[in-house]
Design a protein around this ligand. Structure first.
Ligand SMILES: [Zn+2]
Length: 387
C-alpha cells in the first residue's frame, strides 16, 4: 500500500484536502503507524520527503520557485528598551506586496547574532505580531542576543491594511503567501549587518505553528524550530491559511502535521503542546513518531517535547519559559539575560508597547502607493515571477 493513501476510514469526504479535525485521535495514531509500517530507514524517508515536499509546493503554486525580487525594506520609528531595540519595518516580498512587522535587535554585544523568525496565530486582526505574547517572546529573545523578526499574517496587523482584514485573510492562497513571505523574511534577516546565517530559528503558535513547521520542512536554512500547539496527527489546521489548500492530501499524497514536522529531521526541533487541544497526545504519539524518524539520522535526541497537560491553546508564559532555554542552548544565546536575580525566567524587563507604536505605516510615512489591490493581484504577480 503506498504511504500516501489515507490508512483509515474517512470521517467526511475531503473536497480540497484534509481540514480541521478530519481524523479522530485514534485515526491520527493509525496514520502515524501507517507511515512507520511503510518507511523503514533514512533512504526511504528521504524519498518520501522529496515526494511530500514536491506535492506541498505544487499545491501552493511554488513550483518552479519564483524569482526573488528586491526587498526594498522600509524602516519606520525605532524604540529602545532594556537590552534591545525595535524597528517598525516592512519589506516588499513580491513587487507591490508588503510583509509588515517589527525587527528586534540586541543592544548588548557585537555579534554576529543568530536569527529568529517569529510568526503568530489567529489573534485579534488589529494586533497581528504585536500581541503581548508576541512582544514578550521577540523582546526576550533579542535581549538574549538574537535578531528577531516578527511578521504579520496576511490581513493581520498592517498587512494588506487597505482592504478588509477578513477578506484579505480568508483566502486559501495565503498558505502560499505565508510561506513565501517567511522565506523572503529569512532573506532579509540574512542580509543584515551582524547576522549569522548559520544559526536561524523559527517559532510561532497555532497558525504560526503551522507556518513554523512548513517553513522548517521547506527551507533548510532553518536550523532550529519550535512549533507551538500545532503539531498533531489528527488536526490539520482550522483556517483556510493552514488547510484551505490541499497541502496534506491530493490524489497521490497524504500527510499529517506531524508528518510535515518530521521533514525537519535531523535539525533541532521542540514541540510545545498542551492537554486541552489537538496536541494533547504529543508525549505518547507525535513525539515517538518523530523520534523514530530522527533516529534514522542517529539524532533522536534532537527532537524534544515540552508538554503542559493542564494548559490550553496559547503561547503563554510557561510555554515561552520552555522555549527560551531551548533557543539559548541551540542558538548560543545568553539565557542569563532572561533571568532575574533569583535565577528565574522573568519577563518583567520586557516593556509592552501600545500596538499603534509598532506600526511602520503612519500619517507621516504612509503605505507605498504601489500596493496591489487584493490577493488575486498578488497571486498573479507572483505567478509572473515564475519561469
Ligand atoms: Zn488563517
Amino acid at each position: 500500500m503506498p504511504t500516501w493513501l489515507p490508512p483509515v476510514p474517512l470521517r467526511k469526504a475531503p473536497d480540497t484536502g484534509a481540514r480541521g479535525n478530519w481524523l479522530t485521535p485514534e485515526q491520527g495514531q493509525q496514520a502515524l503507524d501507517h507511515v512507520l509500517a511503510h518507511v523503514h530507514n533514512r533512504t526511504e524517508w528521504e524519498r518520501e520527503g522529496t515526494h511530500l515536499r514536491q506535492r506541498i509546493l505544487e499545491t501552493m503554486g511554488l513550483i518552479p520557485w519564483p524569482k526573488r525580487t528586491n526587498l526594498n525594506p522600509i524602516v519606520g520609528e525605532r524604540h529602545y528598551a532594556e537590552g534591545y531595540a525595535i524597528d517598525n519595518i516592512a519589506f516588499e516580498a513580491i513587487p507591490g506586496y508588503y510583509v509588515t512587522g517589527n525587527l528586534y535587535w540586541p543592544t548588548v554585544g557585537e555579534g554576529p547574532f543568530p536569527l529568529v523568525l517569529s510568526m503568530h496565530g489567529h489573534t485579534k486582526y488589529e494586533w497581528g505580531c504585536r500581541s503581548d505574547q508576541g512582544q514578550y517572546r521577540a523582546g526576550m529573545l533579542a535581549r538574549m542576543g538574537a535578531i528577531v523578526l516578527a511578521i504579520d499574517m496576511v490581513g493581520y496587523g498592517e498587512s494588506m491594511s487597505h482592504i478588509d482584514h477578513a477578506t484579505a485573510h480568508k483566502n486559501p492562497y495565503n498558505a502560499t503567501l505565508h510561506l513565501w513571505g517567511a522565506m523572503r523574511a529569512l532573506d532579509l534577516l540574512c542580509s543584515l549587518n551582524k547576522a549569522d546565517p548559520s544559526r536561524i530559528a523559527a517559532t510561532g503558535e497555532s497558525g504560526g505553528g503551522t507556518q513554523t513547521f512548513l517553513l522548517a520542512a521547506l527551507d533548510e536554512r532553518i536550523t532550529v524550530s519550535v512549533p507551538t500547539v500545532m503539531v498533531s496527527s489528527y488536526f490539520f489546521g482550522g483556517c483556510t491559511c493552514e488547510s484551505g489548500a490541499p497541502i496534506h492530501l491530493s490524489t497521490d499524497h497524504f500527510t499529517t502535521n506531524a508528518g510535515i514536522a518530521a521533514l525537519a529531521a535531523p535539525r533541532q526541533q521542540l514541540l510545545i503542546s498542551d492537554g486541552k487541544d489537538w496536541t494533547d497526545r504529543n508525549p505518547t504519539s507525535e513525539l515517538p513518531f518523530l523520534k523514530t524518524i530522527y533516529g534514522w539520522y542517529d539524532a533522536a535526541e534532537r527532537v524534544e517535547n515540552a508538554h503542559f497537560a493542564t494548559e490550553g491553546h496559547d503561547y503563554g508564559p510557561s510555554k515561552r519559559g520552555a522555549m527560551y532555554p531551548f533557543m539559548a542552548k541551540h542558538l548560543g544565546l545568553d539565557l542569563s539575560m532572561a533571568k532575574n536575580a533569583t535565577g528565574e525566567i522573568d519577563e518583567s524587563m520586557i516593556h509592552i508597547l501600545p500596538v499603534g507604536n509598532l506600526h511602520v505605516f503612519t500619517a507621516a510615512n504612509p503605505a507605498p502607493a504601489n500596493q496591489l489591490p487584493d490577493i488575486r493581484a498578488v497571486a498573479a504577480t507572483l505567478r509572473a515571477l515564475q519561469p
